[in-house]
Design a protein around this ligand. Sequence first.
Ligand code: 4NP
Length: 165
Amino acid sequence: MLIKASAPSSVLLVCLGNICRSPTAEEIFRQQAAVAGFEIKVDSAGTGDWHIGHAPDERAQRHAKAHGYNISKLKARQVSADDFHDFDLILAMDGQNLADLQAIKDSVGGEKENLAKLALFSEEDPTYGGDDVPDPYTGDGDAFEEVIERIESSAQAWIESWKSN
Ligand code: 4NP
């Protein structure tokens, strides 16, 4: 029998700007976790600092809303070393985000076992496993739709991985 990981009590979703992919992931994850009955603190952040305090990109807001996700009230922030103490699991939208997060984790002092586990957001996804959620910032409407499709799929895969069998 497979030993499944139990649900974390907190998850942080991370992309580059925290205005397109990770705020969308934050709301999708929050809704899916609630439907599944998991009480999980969900937040998002960016590795970059350009958009701190900004609302999500208008295109991200519009596409999310069309799928039933209201992200209009979210505000961008930058990921910090403290996040590795404050969250159980930190999920990176793409490989570059993962590398940047690993560098922050490596710089945090203390017991590494007590720091947040770090993984690619698509890691558990049977369809998109190992893929990046591509950065839609310079893309068109299709790019934003693809972000939602991939995030819904990969978030559901994490939730399923925590359900007892
Ligand atoms: P995100 O998209 O990482 O999905 O929020 C981006 C937003 C802004 C920038 C890059 C990516 N930027 O270069 O400002």
